[in-house]
Design a protein around this ligand. Structure first.
Ligand code: UFG
Length: 331
């Protein structure tokens, strides 16, 4: 049985589908603070997924799950992930992302479960010193969210040495798109991410999409990011799990497409894919946005044999179908 924490969230739920499609038994643990019961219902309609509602900040909640199921490995997504909120309320982030993870890994060690795949982030690198960013790039996060993820990376390294807990730390770049069958999608409240915000502008009345700054040191003046498709990302988690099983060795991998796309390019691609004009205006820069972030993901390709297959257009098309469905359902 694979335990997927945060399996009712965006990336977690897509990973649950990938694992059940590949024949694994899965139990999802989620407090439904940001995840959705409806996502759990969808997953349970697709396959045999167990669900345990609980919060990692209460060690008894997670202890119960390890007592109830025979867990072979953990895929750990459960975390808060809004950079701005983490600056305003670091306590919330350290309590959940760090203290919650400590409860999880201590329970794993207690129950002799020694394999974990962890959702880390390119935010642990901070302001890039060079691009593309490889795994050896110095890690100097510039916000509490990145700090909490880096803390967990340190915890995992130390737990490997002390308790033989093997981990794969996956550092994601920007995640986009959704399940091709539109059963799941990106569903954040509030939504802060680029692609859903562009798409919501075209679907909502009198909404104008806001570009945060166009005087960055990039060819068109807007920020460059690396948009990796969520289904490709989900597959990387399964490959990481297989790698852990075969090699029993901790490691770290960047997950990105290695292609940097500017905000303007993403916006233009949305207009092209949708074949319509989207209302847009340029506003002030958002605090803490580095100009350029894109991955060198050679290591994941070479070692995990990961092949990201879906393009930015694919991600935009699937995200658009999802947004339309949400609106039809009155969400
Ligand atoms: N952007 C806009 N308008 C919007 C939303 C975003 O112009 O309405 C711009 C941002 O300024 C940024 C780019 O689009 O330049 C991407 O922004 P997102 O909010 O979609 O993503 P981020 O790059 O800020 O954040 C992502 C993850 C975080 C992670 C971070 C690492 O969502 O979890 O990468 O830098 F921490």
């Amino acid at each position: 049985m694979i335990l997927i924490t945060g399996g009712a969230g965006y990336i977690g739920s897509h990973t649950v589908i990938n694992f059940i499609k590949n024949g694994y038994e899965v139990v999802v643990f989620d407090n439904l603070e940001n995840g959705h019961q409806e996502t759990i219902d969808t997953l349970q309609n697709i396959g045999n997924v167990k669900f345990e509602k609980g919060d990692l900040r209460n060690i008894e909640d997670i202890e119960k799950v390890f007592n109830k199921y025979k867990i072979d490995a953990v895929i750990h997504f459960a975390a808060f992930a809004l950079v701005g909120e983490s600056v305003e309320n670091p306590s919330k982030y350290y309590r959940n992302n760090v203290f919650g993870t400590l409860n999880l890994v201590d329970t794993m060690v207690k129950h002799n479960v020694k394999k974990i795949v962890f959702s880390s982030t390119c935010a642990t690198y901070g302001e890039p010193q060079y691009t593309p960013i490889d795994e050896n790039h110095p890690q100097n996060p510039i916000n509490p969210y990145g700090n909490t993820k880096l803390c967990v990376e340190y915890i995992l390294k130390d737990y490997d040495i002390a308790y033989d807990l093997k981990s794969i730390r996956l550092r994601y770049f920007n995640v986009a798109g959704c399940d091709k069958q539109t059963r799941l999608g990106e569903w954040h409240e509030p939504e802060t991410h680029l692609i859903p915000n562009i798409l919501k502008s075209t679907l909502g009345k009198n909404k104008t999409f806001k570009i945060f700054g166009n005087d960055y040191d990039t060819p068109d003046g807007t920020c460059i990011r690396d948009y990796v498709n969520v289904e490709d990302l989900a597959e990387a988690h399964r490959l990481a799990y297989l790698y852990l099983n075969e090699n029993n060795k901790s490691d770290v991998f960047n997950l990105g497409t290695e292609q940097g796309d500017s905000v303007k390019k993403v916006f233009d691609t949305c207009e092209k894919v949708l074949d319509k004009k989207i209302p847009v205006e340029v506003v002030n820069k958002r605090a803490g946005d580095p100009a350029k972030l894109y991955a060198n993901a050679n290591k994941a390709k070479d070692i995990l044999k990961w092949k990201p297959e879906r393009s930015l257009e694919d991600s935009i098309k699937s995200a658009y179908t999802w947004e339309c469905k949400q609106i039809q359902e009155g969400k």
